[in-house]
Write a protein that binds this ligand. Structure first.
Ligand SMILES: [Zn+2]
Length: 484
């Protein structure tokens, strides 16, 4: 008797019908309509992140077109005929699956062109599924384009990619485009629940939510996490099991940490760190989770596009709410500081987030400079004098003979440390860290005076007056950048 072979869940529960594909209703409906009405395009382009059902849908489409149980293409392939079975296994002679990453040369595509003329052996169509199609060389794309321009009537192409922007427009315009979406948490949870029922296992709702959240909308990831948990747990799968298996920190802890930072509650912050350490979590991963957390806050404060934050809808609101309580510069500083803390970790995520923060900072540079300028202006007005030049500017002129003892800006800075010194002390970071001069440019005193005399700045000052305290607070919250 043949032993039942162990199959990973993702393969075992791979959808066999359009109805079984989770979270892509907009795509399966269109495909079904096309098949039912007999208007079948000869080239499809499936776009979407990895593990969300592109290849699965391509195979179902192939079965729908070539199922032997029907006279014509069907929206409900039988799943049992020779063609349906071999297509599911990836061994059908008329359905050719090509990995674009490893078969990306001109010759590979010419091979297709040579074979495509031959009529299909057992099905109605010869179907080419080219995965990772964006990896084709430009020569290969040209060859493919020629094929797409004059395909034999029995040929169908299904091109799949995670990176549509790398595909030439000439190819895209020849294809019917289908954009696959990340699957919402609730739908992923439903799918996992179904799989568990069939496996005779149980999990708490919170555990399923944690899996769906970690999978970031990917069906394959969600299933493979569940697979691991089924092996890991003996009885019911609990939320804590998910955190343990994935090495993740409970996200409530991250919300708590965020609130502690907002409340400047150092005691609570340290207790949280203690909890993480006591739970045996990897601190470097914890810092990366913090970084990712504040990155989400920063992004949600900057753009409306929810797709950039891979969190379930329920949690997005929580993130937006907290983001509103920070100032933009406060969040940028937080992200940059945590990114710096992880810079030794050599992680892709830290690099990406640091880059995003930098870009946001650059795009909002005007805001920050204005704020600095306003602070300077206020203190200057308080003293009824001119603007103090930054220390760095003074230090850059050591060879110059000392200024005569009049109320020059440099002297004022030295003579009245209680006043402008606070502002002047902001600027050494520009001198100490050459990179930061991007955001805190060393200001020529002459230029500064010109800026101060600008009526626009005075107007800005009025507008910003109420915000100053807020900005000061957020700087204090994010730690003293200046003292570095
Ligand atoms: Zn069939």
């Amino acid at each position: 008797m043949a032993e039942k072979q162990y199959q990973v869940l993702a393969r075992k529960w791979r959808p066999q019908q359009f109805d079984d594909v989770v979270g892509q209703d907009h795509i399966t409906r269109t495909l079904r309509n096309a098949i039912a009405s007999g208007r079948i395009h000869h080239a499809f382009l499936f776009i979407g992140s990895r593990g969300i059902g592109k290849t699965t849908t391509a195979r179902i489409l192939a079965k729908a077109l070539n199922c032997l149980s029907y006279e014509t293409p069907t929206v409900t392939p039988c799943g049992t005929c020779e063609n349906c079975r071999s297509i599911s296994e990836g061994s059908n002679i008329d359905v050719i699956e090509i990995d674009g990453a490893s078969n990306n040369g001109v010759d590979d595509v010419r091979d297709i062109r040579d074979h495509i003329r031959m009529v299909p052996t057992s099905g109605r169509y010869k179907i080419y599924i080219i995965d990772e199609v964006h990896q084709l060389s430009s020569g290969a794309f040209n060859a493919l384009l020629k094929t797409l321009e004059e395909p034999p009537s029995h040929a169908i192409f299904i091109l799949a990619t995670t990176e549509a922007h790398k595909i030439p427009a000439t190819i895209i315009s020849r294809c019917q485009r289908y954009d696959f979406r990340r699957v919402p948490a609730r739908q992923l949870m439903g799918l996992l629940r179904k799989v568990l029922d069939q496996e005779g296992r149980h999990a708490s709702d919170e555990a399923l939510y944690a899996i769906a959240r970690a999978a970031e909308g990917g069906v394959r990831d969600a299933e493979s996490i569940l697979d691991e948990l089924i092996t890991y747990c003996e009885g019911e799968i609990a939320c804590q099991d998910v955190f343990d298996v994935l090495g993740l920190v409970d996200w409530h802890l991250l919300h708590n940490l965020c609130d502690a930072i907002l409340d400047k509650d150092v005691g609570r912050m340290l207790v949280i760190v203690e909890e993480v350490v006591a739970a045996g979590k990897d601190l470097s991963q914890f810092v990366q989770e913090i970084l990712r957390y504040f990155r989400n806050l920063l992004v949600s404060k900057t753009v409306q596009d929810a797709d950039l934050i891979h969190l379930p809808e329920e949690e997005l609101e929580e993130v937006r709410g907290r983001a509103r309580r920070f100032t933009l510069t406060g969040l940028i500083r937080l992200v940059e500081q945590f990114a710096e803390l992880t810079s030794g970790f050599d992680s892709q995520i830290a690099q990406r987030i640091a880059l995003e923060a930098l870009l946001i900072r650059i795009s909002k540079a005007g805001v920050e400079i204005s704020v600095d300028t306003v602070l300077e202006k206020i203190l200057t007005l308080e003293q009824g004098g001119t603007v103090a030049p930054p220390i760095s500017a003074q230090e850059e002129r050591p060879s110059k003979p000392p200024d005569p003892p009049r109320a020059g800006p440099a002297n004022r800075a030295r003579a009245a440390p209680a006043g402008p010194a606070r502002i002047v002390s902001d600027t050494p970071r520009a001198a100490a860290n050459p990179e930061s001069s991007l955001y805190y440019p060393t200001v020529n005193p002459e230029d500064a005076r010109t800026v101060m005399q600008d009526p626009g700045v005075a107007e800005l000052l009025e507008a910003f007056k109420g915000r100053i305290a807020d900005i000061r607070r957020s700087t204090a919250t994010t730690g003293n950048v200046e003292s570095k």
